[in-house]
Design a protein around this ligand. Structure first.
Ligand SMILES: [Zn+2]
Ligand SMILES: [Zn+2]
Length: 341
């Protein structure tokens, strides 16, 4: 039997199985464990257990043997990278560290850091301060929730303080005092600064929504390769995950579909009129996506959703509403479509 088929690598891993593999690793030691399961030395991500760094791939490979009727995976069953062994561990709530580099600062992290900077800039708290430590802990929590590559130095006080100095170099108020900040910095710092410098309220609302999302463990925040390519900006990354969590098949979403069906006699896209039942026959009957019309940041984290906050749209139009830096309105998208050749 090949382990990569059904019942192999595609099976859902459980915490019980991983914990059993960890226990075995600790009882027989790393070298014997890797030899038994045929894994080389840890060149990949580390699973952190009580301060020890364990080889994430070997643990995951062995954990499959602990599933009911399961069979261990070998190194060649993993394509490598975070999305694979380490990604599965992160999904189950384990702490995983990269032996290599920390992920680059994301747009979302810059939003949290800039909100912090503008709140605390006069003067920027020192490295050992509780405020800098607090931001560091928040960013580490975000890193764990989104599953990015993290080393033991990920967003530590040094790195966070450095980011403050990089923002200061862009700060006209600071320059006006005849001082100049660091000369070097990233392009993203500048773009985030420019996006929010004149929009303090929006920045705060987005930072609040991010903090809310980080704190609510029920919202899946793992960033996939697709997210990174498609989205950058105000309704991308974590806020897009938060937005989607509101559009998932909840009671309200089902009520919205029923309401539209009752009122209009069909489930047609509010932008382009596509009706899945008419287009795909029986297969498409009853299918339509539900889109939340309000940017998540405007809802201050939680926020109660009303039926009128939702629209029914086809999958294509839904994508296009979310594409780009800001959430489009249905009207904007209708105009974009009528303008298209
Ligand atoms: Zn449509
Ligand atoms: Zn949406």
């Amino acid at each position: 039997m090949t382990p990569s088929g059904e019942g192999g690598a595609s099976r859902e891993l459980t915490r019980e199985a991983v914990d059993a593999a960890i226990a075995e690793y600790r009882s027989i030691g790393g070298p014997a464990f890797r030899k038994k399961y045929n894994f080389g030395g840890a060149r990949d991500y580390f699973l952190v257990v009580e301060g020890d760094n364990l080889d994430s791939k070997a643990i995951v490979g062995a954990a499959y043997a602990y599933l009911p009727g399961g069979q261990a995976l070998t190194a060649k069953d993993f394509s490598g990278g975070l999305a694979d062994a380490a990604g599965r561990l992160i999904k189950l709530g384990y702490d995983v560290l990269s032996p290599g580099q920390n992920a680059d600062w994301s747009w979302d992290e810059h939003v949290l850091a800039l909100d912090f900077y503008l709140t605390h800039r006069d003067p920027v708290p020192g490295k050992p301060s509780a405020q800098i430590q607090g931001l560091s802990e928040l960013l580490i929590a975000l890193g764990k929730r989104t599953g990015v590559a993290m080393t033991p130095k990920f967003r530590n006080a040094n790195g966070v303080y450095m980011k403050m100095m990089n923002f200061r170099r862009l700060d006209p108020e600071f320059k006006a005092q005849g001082k100049s900040g660091l000369q070097r910095g990233s392009d993203l710092e500048r773009r985030v600064w420019e996006a929010y410098a004149g929009e303090r309220e929006l920045l705060k609302a987005q930072a609040d929504a991010l903090r809310y999302a980080i704190g609510d463990v029920a919202i899946p925040l793992t960033i996939t390769a697709e997210d990174e390519v498609e989205y950058e900006g105000e309704e991308g990354g974590v806020l897009l995950k938060l937005h989607r969590s509101r559009e998932r098949d909840s009671k309200l979403v089902r009520r919205k579909r029923a309401d539209v069906l009752k009122r209009t006699g069909a489930l047609a896209c509010e932008v382009c009129s596509l009706d899945f039942g008419a287009r795909y026959g029986e297969l498409g009957e009853g299918y339509i996506e539900v889109h939340h019309l309000k940017p998540v940041a405007s809802l201050g984290g939680g926020g109660k959703t009303k039926l009128s906050d939702l629209a029914v749209v086809c999958a294509n139009c839904h994508r296009m509403l979310h594409r780009g830096r800001r959430l489009r309105t249905l009207d904007d998208l209708r105009k974009a479509m009528s303008g298209a050749v």
